[in-house]
Design a protein around this ligand. Sequence first.
Ligand SMILES: COc1nc(N)nc2c1ncn2[C@H]1C[C@H](O)[C@@H](COP(=O)(O)OP(=O)(O)OP(=O)(O)O)O1
Length: 165
Amino acid sequence: MSSRKVLTLTLVRNSVGDILLGLKKRGFGEGKWNGFGGKVEPGESILQGAARELTEECGLKAHSLTKVGLLDFDFIDDPMRLEVHVFCTSDYSGTVIETEEMKPKWYKVEDIPFHEMWLDDPIWFSWYLKGGPQFKGYFLYKGLDKIVEQEVKSTDVPRETTSCT
Ligand SMILES: COc1nc(N)nc2c1ncn2[C@H]1C[C@H](O)[C@@H](COP(=O)(O)OP(=O)(O)OP(=O)(O)O)O1
């Protein structure tokens, strides 16, 4: 029987359009640049989980978050599906800090280091960057370094911005 883990992933852009990524220092995805996020904890909503993880991992407080997509990840020989809810925000306060989990850095969009990120990132990132309705992606990994099935498509669900206060 299969099971799933619900996670969040938040992409922050500043007033000049740069993207904040974090170098994961430990655990799953260690050594890769990614947005900020993690598991949704019991008793919190997905939005609350996304806001909490953002603060825990880079110090920023999101005032609102925009849901931009959903990514499902399966892994051959592992019954656990990862359901990753993708958010973005430019509505935040605070100072970016390095934490035990992440080393943050601002990137120009044209300099996003896809060669040091998850293999799926270059496939769905353009759906995030171009705006429009929410996207939905599916990836089947063999190990952590090979994708054997992939699909990203647009949904008819508009992006939705929700206040975090
Ligand atoms: C498999 O492909 C993935 N691609 C991308 N782009 N992002 C992924 C992938 N798998 C997981 N993620 C994201 C989802 C989360 O934002 C993090 C993983 O979070 P983590 O497992 O570290 O969750 P935490 O709750 O922070 O974990 P601990 O508190 O146990 O460290 O990566």
